[in-house]
Design a protein around this ligand. Structure first.
Ligand SMILES: NC(=O)c1ccc[n+]([C@@H]2O[C@H](COP(=O)([O-])OP(=O)(O)OC[C@H]3O[C@@H](n4cnc5c(N)ncnc54)[C@H](O)[C@@H]3O)[C@@H](O)[C@H]2O)c1
Length: 254
């Protein structure tokens, strides 16, 4: 391929990440177009220019920021998406309901996907390298990532994020940042609209979850969460451990 060629990645986030990384590296960067065929890909992985591949030492350790020249989301490809992959997409989509004041519930699926793309693109265009604002896209991910690791990935990413979103709402409520109706709105979106479970898997050690959350990439030692509040979702450092423990105890179990 020459510098004038274009790589086209057709598939889910795994494919578009690899295509994007290859494009970023070949001749020090050639154009790439992502044709996304999963919900996760459409609302998340294909947007924003983060590309990465896993190596034995860890996830996404090798990668580059490389923006696609275009992203195609043909929602007819979703007809064949397995149910679990669809649920994973819904976990990420649910997050977008809390990032802006938009009433995504009032939109049909294609319009909702388009709106999610616009929300992510707007955030990334203000903070491409995650120096600040882009971190709001991690809403629900602090407990979500901890649950993925603690369950040895038997809980898929989107399923874990769904639980993490409800947990973040409970923490925000305990800190007086949001009222009970906003917590109920989280249930309306995550459980009623997307049919996702917000119950924690049984048998997990609370102390392990807290340790894992302390090692979250946003953390600077204490417990750091993206939390809802009067100014919208924002990073809150040094959330008291008692509140985190209390909210973990109040989560439903599956
Ligand atoms: N770059 C980013 O910002 C970013 C963001 C989120 C996720 N990711 C990455 O994306 C990946 C997850 O993406 P994903 O959920 O799309 O998973 P995936 O790419 O692994 O695809 C999931 C499964 O669905 C199949 N599939 C794809 N499209 C299909 C279709 N239309 N019909 C039937 N089956 C189909 C795939 O073959 C695969 O088995 C992870 O590797 C993750 O690290 C990257």
């Amino acid at each position: 391929m020459t510098r004038g060629d274009v790589i086209v990645g057709v598939g889910g986030g795994m494919v578009t990440d690899v295509a994007g990384y290859a494009a970023a590296s070949w001749h020090r960067g050639i154009a790439v177009v992502h044709v996304s065929t999963t919900l996760v890909g459409m609302v998340d992985a294909a947007i924003g220019g983060k590309t990465g591949v896993n190596i034995p030492e860890g996830k996404n350790l090798v990668g580059a920021f490389w923006q696609p020249s275009g992203v195609v989301c043909d929602t007819s490809t979703l007809a064949t998406l397995p149910e679990r992959e669809r649920r994973c997409g819904y976990g990420e989509m649910a997050k977008y309901h809390f990032l802006t004041g938009d009433d995504l519930l009032a939109m049909d699926l294609p319009s909702r996907i388009a709106r999610c793309v616009r929300i992510k693109a707007d955030i990334v265009s203000q903070d491409e390298r995650e120096g600040g604002l882009r971190a709001v896209l991690n809403y629900g991910h602090t407990l979500g990532h901890a649950l993925e690791i603690a369950t040895h990935f038997s809980l898929a990413h989107g399923e874990a994020v769904a639980v993490g979103l409800k947990f973040a709402a409970l923490v925000a409520h305990s800190m007086g940042r949001i009222d009970a109706s906003r917590v109920a709105y989280h249930d309306d979106v995550i459980v009623k609209e997307y049919g996702l479970s917000v119950a924690m898997p049984t048998g997990l050690a609370v102390s392990e979850l807290v340790d894992l959350m302390k090692r979250d990439k946003k953390s600077s030692g204490g417990l750091t969460f993206m939390l809802d509040g009067p100014r919208g979702i924002e990073m809150v450092r040094d959330v008291p451990e008692e509140i985190v423990l209390d909210c973990l105890k109040r989560m439903e179990l599956r």
